[in-house]
Design a protein around this ligand. Structure first.
Ligand SMILES: Cc1cc2nc3c(=O)[nH]c(=O)nc-3n(C[C@H](O)[C@H](O)[C@H](O)COP(=O)(O)O)c2cc1C
Length: 151
């Protein structure tokens, strides 16, 4: 599966007043009508149950410059938000400043899938960051990658 390149996102929500989030590569587009996306979440995640309880979340599509953000949100425990600038989205989720684009989603369905759960989100807001000029952050064969330009 490491031969399949994918972008990196941070999935985040407010649990009470507290922002929570985790790095997620398994984000995918699912449906146009209604507009649905999916993510696969490890059952050992301590953050996802908090997102599920809230029932809504943001997806921040990271830029190549945000590798450190990806690393920070991939570790369990405190400190994920240290040094990370964030804003409250239209859908009342915390999103990561400087990302290429953001989604707000309502949790639409969840399916059991082995040691993961497949969470399906219905998009309630789509926002492009016109100020972001950077490339997307890609993950391939266990390492971060940049786009190599146009072909
Ligand atoms: C590049 C990268 C991609 C990841 N993608 C996923 C993913 O798609 N699903 C997932 O459950 N965890 C993924 N993780 C791991 C989670 O980010 C990590 O297990 C989680 O943040 C643990 O913290 P938590 O206990 O707060 O949930 C990924 C980690 C990295 C570094």
């Amino acid at each position: 599966m490491g031969h399949y390149a994918a972008g990196i996102t941070v999935v985040s929500a407010f649990d009470g007043g507290e922002p929570v989030g985790f790095t997620c590569q398994s984000f995918s587009s699912v449906s146009m009508e209604p507009q649905l996306v999916s993510l696969c979440v490890m059952k050992t995640s301590t953050t996802y149950p908090r997102v599920r309880q809230v029932g809504r979340f943001a997806v921040s599509m990271l830029s190549y410059d945000q590798r450190w953000v990806s690393d920070q949100f991939a570790k369990s425990g405190a400190g994920k938000w240290a040094g990370v600038a964030w804003s409250t989205s239209p859908g009342r989720n915390p999103w990561i400043d400087g990302a290429l684009a953001w989604l707000d989603c309502e949790l639409w369905a969840e399916y059991d899938a082995g040691d993961h759960a497949i969470a399906v989100g219905a998009i309630t807001a789509l926002t492009r960051n016109d100020a972001a000029q950077g490339d997307p952050l890609l993950y391939f064969q266990g390492a971060y990658r940049a786009l190599r330009g146009e072909v």
